[in-house]
Structures are given as C-alpha cells and as structure tokens.
Design a binder for this molecule. Structure first.
Ligand SMILES: [Zn+2]
Length: 260
C-alpha cells in the first residue's frame, strides 16, 4: 500500500486551503440514470471510493448504477499523448468505452477521478498536481464525445489515517493556476499547461485635437476564458512542436526525482 508523499500532502493542503478541492457532497450530481466512472482500480482504495459513490447516490436520490471503467492512473490516462501508457492510445480507447457505455446504458454523467497515493502515477513519475493536470487536459476529449454529458472531476486522497474524496472544478483549478499554481508548480512542467494569454488593452487619450493611443499588456490573475478544447490542444501542440519524443506532453520531460 502506498504512502502519501510529503509533496502530495502539501499540495493537497494548499489546494484545500484555496478552496480548489471541495467537499464533494455539497455538489449535486445528476445520478438519476447512473454514472460512468473512470478511476484507478487500486484495491486498497476501492471500498472507500465505492462507499463514497453510494453516499452520493443516496444523497442525490440516484440509482445504484455505477458503470465502472477502471484504468491504472484513473482519469489521467485520458490526457492527449497518453503519457501514462505512451505505447497505447489510451485516450482513444477510453473515449470508445465511454461512448459505448453511454449508448448501451443511456448514462449521461461521467465521473473522472485521480487519486493519491497512486502506484501507477508514482511509477510513471507523476505527482498529484500532474495527475490532476492530466485529467483536465483529457477532459475536452471526453466532453467532445457528447457535449450534453455532465462531467464531474474528483480527487481521492488516502492520508493514511483517513480517506477523503474531493470535487475539483476546472474553473477553480485554472484560476488557482494563474494566481499561484504556476509559481508554485510551474517547474513540474516543461511547457506551461495553461499558458497565459496576452490581452492588450488600448486606451485612447485626447488632448485638444490630438489623440494618442496607449497600449497595456495585461496578464492579470483572472484566466482568459477559452474553451476547453483549445486549451488542451495548446499544451499538447506546444509540446509536440519539439519533436516526436516530446509528444507525450510536457509532463514526459518532467519525470525525474520527485521534489519530496
Ligand atoms: Zn492508482
């Protein structure tokens, strides 16, 4: 059984304090027709994760209808470039499985989850910050399967003395990345997964008959809205420009000694 690394523990604490990882019970999830679940099959976490599923289903008046699509590394396998399994097209395979599940079972809610400690994540050199990032980079492709689906992202943490499941929204993750995450964890990525977008603002000033234009380049803490697909593609494209060996995302090159 793995032990939560000091890096992951601190990162989770930071994300909890910042309100990025939220109590999942506070969020209503449409479970009326069941849920497609993409998570790591970790046998040491399965019972707790499934117990949480049951609590959610009960709280939401939903049915006990969990359609499991387990993969080592959980939803991180959905990331473009398949960084956890570079020899296989896991994102494509997972997409096919989700599409089939929706068609076979008429389920419109997809639950994506990553967790720590994760044996596959650690074996691949990824900490929880990177696993969450991979999950969000893969989310647009899952969204594209059926834009009417509801997609919920969660993080399961085994602290050793307790286990918790948190909800994480992309909007809050993005906002945090722009405000603090880039500075804290930007070094974990060879390419910024959420590169700041330049926003030039022109101000016209008049003085009598004359007008002058002043331009200001803003990189404010608020993320520039962009659709998920373009955002995910940006990170992947930026990485793939450097050559075939780098097509596994910026994360591939960041593997190495963990910072803990
Ligand atoms: Zn795992």
């Amino acid at each position: 059984m793995g032990v939560l690394s000091s890096f992951d523990r601190e990162a989770v604490s930071t994300l909890r304090s910042a309100g990025v990882l939220e109590e999942v019970d506070a969020h209503a999830i449409d479970m009326t027709n069941g849920v497609i679940v993409v998570r790591c099959p970790d046998c040491d976490q399965r019972s707790d994760a499934e117990r949480h599923d049951q609590v959610l289903a009960t709280a939401n008046g939903g049915r006990d209808r969990f359609h499991l699509l387990p993969h080592h590394g959980g939803a991180a396998v959905a990331a473009p470039g398949s960084p956890l399994y570079p020899e296989f097209d896991l994102p494509g395979y997972l997409g096919l499985q989700i599409r089939e599940a929706e068609g076979l079972k008429s389920i419109k809610t997809v639950l994506l989850e990553v967790h720590a400690p994760c044996g596959k994540g650690e074996a691949s050199g990824f900490n929880i910050v990177q696993l969450i990032t991979l999950m969000f980079l893969g989310k647009p492709n899952i969204r594209a399967i059926d834009p009417t689906n509801e997609i919920v992202c969660r993080v399961h943490i085994d602290y050793g003395d307790r286990k918790r499941t948190y909800f994480v929204s992309r909007a809050k993750w993005m906002a945090f990345w722009n405000q603090r995450g880039r500075e804290l964890w930007g070094h974990l990525f060879e390419v910024d997964p959420y590169p700041p977008t330049s926003l030039r603002v022109a101000t016209v000033r008049r003085s009598g008959d004359r007008a002058s234009v002043e331009e200001e380049d803003l990189h404010g803490p608020t993320p520039i809205p962009m659709d998920e697909a373009s955002e995910g593609a940006m990170a992947v494209l930026a990485a793939s420009r450097r050559g075939p060996s780098d097509t596994q995302l910026a994360l591939e090159a960041s593997r190495g000694p963990r910072t803990d």
